[in-house]
Design a protein around this ligand. Sequence first.
Ligand code: PLP
Length: 387
Amino acid sequence: MSRPIGEEAREDLTARGYSRRQLAGIAAVFGVGAIAATSGRPSWAAIEMPAPTPNAKVRIDKNECWTGPMKVGQAAAVAMVAQGNRYFPNDARNDLLHAVSAVEGIPADHVSPWPGSSDALCRAVVTFCSPKRGLVTADPVFELAGATADWLGAPVKRVPLTPDYRHDVKAMLAADPNAGAYYICSPNNPTGTLTPIEDIDWLVANKPDGAFVIVDEAYIHFADVPSASRLVTEGKDVVVLRTFSKVFGMAGLRMGYMMARPEVIRTMQRYDGGMTSGALCVTTLACAVASLTARDEIAARKAQLRETRAMTVEHVKKRGLSVVPSEANMIMIDWKTKSAGDMRDAFRAQGVEIGRVFPAWPTHSRVSIGSMDDMKAFCATLDRIWV
Ligand code: PLP
């Protein structure tokens, strides 16, 4: 169900070196939202996002929140259901732009909502990369940007993290000094580690003309760090991505947003005439607007995460295993003598679903931090299977 690409976007893409076959592929990216087809396989499947295992008792595999949307968000969404006969029962999309503006200190016209940040991430890759100008990512990192570029035929360079788990921005620039985009994920998925804002500043100051730095802040609410949104307000070639799928507990409701200069937003929307960003689910919008300013609940969730994560890390370390120090709702455990795939199978056999394998780190498993009960069950299972 792909939508045709508009004439202006088509001309721009052709000028940037995309072939007719690749244009059809781009239409498919946006026709099905974030699900870019990779030789017939959706990219979510390519990065192992299968449906949950039916018998999983503990689901700590996808970095979801351990609990549902915030109370105020749920109430707002429920109240909106009865008005679902209208395309636009109120101006909730605009309310979201202004709520983000107030919380982030960024002009409302620098904000663009999407049904999840995955769509915006795929679009950013299509917009800034091409067969002539590639993508640079870290490794390991959230794979969607790289998978999209691979599938589009844009060259991809994957650069190892530094020994202290930052994105190695100097090595990233050196890997492709003329890339179309540099993807930074901070806190990083899967390691939960931070890339200091000074490093991002450096990359933005030194990147080639015309390139963009894509900063994915999906997990920023769990950490105490400044956002890269300042660079957007300064007019830099930066897009910042946010999602409601993590601290806000709305992964299945699908909402995210992007912060960028208005003309960049317009460029990214032209592939589908603004449809995906414009026609949003009104119950989800209502939930997002109400949740965004629920400061006390955000702080409470962050505190809860820290307590649960600390308990889990302490338990795992007592078993002699090492854990990458994380600032997000996931940890990477190094099994050293066993493969991540074997450990995932061993946990799965016990009804505990842990994260997918990141090939750059074959002996590390990503374990999302669930509820305290989830993590106690995880620790008890570890004690049973790690002998
Ligand atoms: N960016 C990162 C770093 C993620 O880990 C994820 C999902 O896990 C996403 C983006 C996609 O999130 P969304 O649910 O908003 O599409």
